[in-house]
Structures are given as C-alpha cells and as structure tokens.
Design a protein around this ligand. Structure first.
Ligand code: CO8
Length: 261
C-alpha cells in the first residue's frame, strides 16, 4: 500500500532488504501530526513483519527531519482530551519495532522530532543537522522521551541545559555528546544510512533481533540483571541454525548463509 499522505516508503539496497521511510510533509517541516504518526506506525508494523526486510531507515528532508509535534494541531488540546485520547501513544510503536531502525537526520530534529530520532536504534546526522528540545519555550515539556532518553544518552548536565533553555545543538556537538554515532555530509547521508542497513542485513535477521533486544535491556535494568539477560540470550543463540552456520562458515573460510532459523 503506497497511498500515503504524509510519508513515502521504498525498499532498496542491493539485496532489496532495506526499507526507507521518508517523512513527507515539507510545508510544515515534517511536523508530526496525528495522521503522520499513524502512517509511520502502520508502515513500521508492516516492515517489522516482513521477513525480507533486515533494517529500516527513517529520514526526512534536507531542511527538517521533523520540527516537532504539530503545534497547530495540539494547541487546542485540553488536559482531559490528552488523557482520554492517550495523546502521543501512537509514538510508542517506533520504539517497539523489533528490527533495527536507523534515523538519518538532516536539518531540524526538534522536540518530538528529536524524540523520534532517539526512539531509533542508531542516529546518523547530516553535517547541517540541529537537535533540540524547545518545548519549554511553548510552555510545555517534552512528552516522548526528551527528558528521559536524552538524559540517559548525554547525561544530566547537557540534557538539563537543552531542556531548560530550548537551545539547539549542531551535528558536531551531537556527535561529541554521543547522541549520534556519525556525522556525514548532508548529500551522502541517506546513502550511508542505507549502507549501514545493508551491512546489518548481511547478518542473521534473527540474531540481529536478539542483539538489539540485549542492547536495549541496558537501558531498562541493573548491570547484574542485564548481564544475566545477555548471557542467557547468548546461550539461546546456540539453539539456532544460524549460530551453527556462522561458526561452520568461519571454520570453512567461506561466507555464512543465514536463514533466520
Ligand atoms: N508544528 C506545526 N507547524 C510547524 C512546526 C511545528 N512543530 N514547525 C514548523 N511548522 C510550520 C510553520 O508554522 C510554517 O508554516 P506556515 O508556512 O504555514 O507558517 C512552516 O512549518 C515553516 O516553518 P517556519 O516558517 O517557522 O520556518 P523557519 O525556517 O523560519 O524556522 C524552525 C524553522 C526554527 C524549525 C521553526 O519552524 C520552529 O521553531 N518550529 C517549531 C519547533 C518546535 O517548537 N518544536 C517543538 C514542538 S513541541 C513537541 O514537539 C513536543 C510535544 C510534546 C507534547 C507533550 C504535551 C503533553
């Protein structure tokens, strides 16, 4: 189904195993209105179930990854509507996706846009990207991870500074504080993000899923519990055909052929 109003989707890569979702609301700098978030979560659910897809790239335009939640749409919201409509609940689908998601961020990633990028597993930034949590200037606070994920990633002082001032940081600073893993010239960003997805896609989709889960556990629990989860998950890989094949292929000095079994 390619009848999207607010996004574009395509499948790419040499092996046709990388999905690219492009936020496509250019006139509003990809402001994340309800319709956009519904389409995004529908697309993610579909790719999440698609056995041919190894990784998903999420991107925006050169000017904006996303300039935040849609301020015009949410301005009339009341407290009771937020509660009863479970405002922002559609957003959780992004963090629930089992396959790796790479955010390729050019331009503004502000408010909900920065939060959306942080729900992804890896962030690559174009060299003109800007990240910020400007909610404070609107008389509200972040609502989808800006005070939580950001703090875990960049630490208290930087997160506090960003959330309390609303000031943006540029791509270089975002890399320095560990918010993004790489800064890339803007025009090469999408290509590099797809290459990253392809590289991940050379491995077993099954084992990649387990590995993503294990890294994410680091954010949810104590070190002791996390290490136990990791070790048990490592043990579990020994029940898979892909683990056998991976080690056999190494011994036989040939590329592994994974089946996700
Ligand atoms: N929502 C709606 N429309 C937007 C948004 C937005 N977040 N951002 C930009 N637009 C629209 C503008 O209104 C404008 O539309 P129009 O042409 O109809 O006037 C169009 O996009 C182009 O924007 P600008 O003319 O402002 O472009 P500039 O290049 O001058 O400026 C900026 C770019 C700096 C990105 C500027 O647009 C801006 O500051 N945008 C708002 C950024 C922001 O505050 N984002 C945070 C929003 S709040 C949020 O995301 C978290 C919500 C959590 C809610 C929790 C509640 C409980």
């Amino acid at each position: 189904a390619n009848n999207w109003e607010f996004i574009k989707t395509e499948v790419t890569g040499e092996k046709n195993n990388v999905a690219v979702i492009t936020l496509n609301r250019p006139k509003a700098l990809n402001a994340l209105c309800n319709g956009l978030m519904k389409e995004l979560s529908t697309a993610l659910k579909a790719y999440g179930k698609d056995a041919n897809i190894s990784a998903i790239v999420l991107t925006g335009s050169e000017k904006a990854f996303a300039a935040g939640a849609d301020i015009k749409e949410m301005a009339p919201n009341t407290y009771s509507q937020c509660i009863q409509g479970n405002f922002l609940n559609d957003w959780t689908e992004v963090a629930r996706t089992q396959k790796p998601i790479i955010a390729a961020v050019n331009g503004y990633a502000l408010g909900g846009g920065c939060e959306l990028a942080m729900m992804c597993d890896i962030i690559y930034a174009g060299d003109k990207a800007k990240f910020g949590q400007p909610e404070i200037a609107l008389g509200t606070i972040p609502g989808a991870g800006g005070t939580q994920r950001l703090t875990r990633v960049v630490g208290k002082s930087k997160a506090m500074e960003m959330c309390l001032t609303g000031n943006m940081i540029n791509a270089q600073e975002a890399e320095k504080v560990g918010l993004v893993s790489k800064v890339i010239p803007a025009d090469q960003l999408l290509g590099e993000a797809v290459k990253l997805g392809e590289k991940i896609g050379t491995h077993s989709n099954l084992i990649v899923q387990l590995c993503k889960e294990a890294v994410n556990i680091a954010y949810e629990t104590t070190l002791e519990e996390g290490l136990k989860f990791e070790r048990r998950t490592n043990h579990a890989t020994f029940s898979t055909a892909d683990r056998k094949e991976g080690m056999q292929a190494f011994v036989e000095k040939r590329p592994a052929k994974f089946t996700s079994e």
